[in-house]
Design a protein around this ligand. Sequence first.
Ligand SMILES: NC(=O)c1ccc[n+]([C@@H]2O[C@H](COP(=O)([O-])OP(=O)(O)OC[C@H]3O[C@@H](n4cnc5c(N)ncnc54)[C@H](O)[C@@H]3O)[C@@H](O)[C@H]2O)c1
Length: 336
Amino acid sequence: MRVGFLGAGLIAHFHAFGLAESGEAFRFAGVHDPDHDRAEEFAAGWGASACASEDEVLDGCDAVYVCTWTSEHARLVRSAAERGLAVFCEKPLAFDADAALAMAEVVEATGVVNQVGLVLRRSPAFALLRHLVADPAAGRVMSFGFRDDQYIPVQGMYASTWRGDRTRAGAGTLLEHAIHDLDILEQVVGPVADVSARSANFHGIDGIEDSVATVVGLADGGAGVHTTIWHDVLERPSLRRVEVFCERRYVSLENDWEGPVSWSTAGEDHQTLEGPELVARCAELGLVTGNPDGAFVRAATAGTPAWPTLRDAVRPHRLVDAVYRSAADGGRPVRV
Ligand SMILES: NC(=O)c1ccc[n+]([C@@H]2O[C@H](COP(=O)([O-])OP(=O)(O)OC[C@H]3O[C@@H](n4cnc5c(N)ncnc54)[C@H](O)[C@@H]3O)[C@@H](O)[C@H]2O)c1
């Protein structure tokens, strides 16, 4: 299994690390980035070969990671799919849900193994949160608060100027970062019925919102609040905090991967799990968690479906679109 890379930035290194750690049988093939220094550095670090063009990568691999800025995703996914390559594409797939749907249709029409970078689907902390909320003992979801925040990534270790360019990023913190949240939110609290949102642009970068607050109405009658913020506190890492109030259980989650997850159930002692203990509990419960890159390369090798697919990303794209529509219309509720 020869694995190529288009884009050699931060997330490409993250996936290379995940592949190297996975223990799966594969080898790094070509890597291309218009920033040649980045491609060279990636090649030297991971034993890949720096390629002068996208075609050189695509012609020399069996599976490819699309890790470029968002505006390039659709074109590169199509090129990969037309060659019959397994393809892992980063989120967001595109600027809007219709474009994301068109990408899903391309990979489905060509029948290639495909996976999207909605990695919270494999997070042990979110898997346990979902399990605790779905437990009949918890009762129905009444309300929730879901917050993500990070410093605006045009600076600091991200230093990605493209995130301040709407022609390459499409929009700001909601599309670029919080699409993860809207995806996992529905997995945890159930189907969303409507959204009512306010957004702001404190940094004044054209088309790049940096604060969005959304009242999220659930099909089952509950409602909660989602907020996403790009601030300037460079000392603070990218963080998430979630609280879910069910009829007979309260659950909170901090951090993206290994918790802590804490919960109180009516009539029982408060409990907390974190780190290896949390991961072990997920394994006992048979929850699907772990390394998304190992899973991708395994599926690509076996020719079996990967998960989550590009099709799975269409729904969170629809939610993102609805939030933007509501915010543009003064917070009017938009059904999804
Ligand atoms: N799943 C996650 O948690 C997660 C986290 C961070 C970023 N991302 C996504 O990954 C993508 C890249 O983000 P990043 O943080 O790595 O950005 P980055 O700026 O570190 O790297 C992007 C690289 O893509 C290169 N590039 C642009 N067009 C290209 C092309 N046609 N061919 C090859 N390379 C090209 C750029 O030169 C740049 O080096 C974005 O879509 C972003 O939203 C996902």
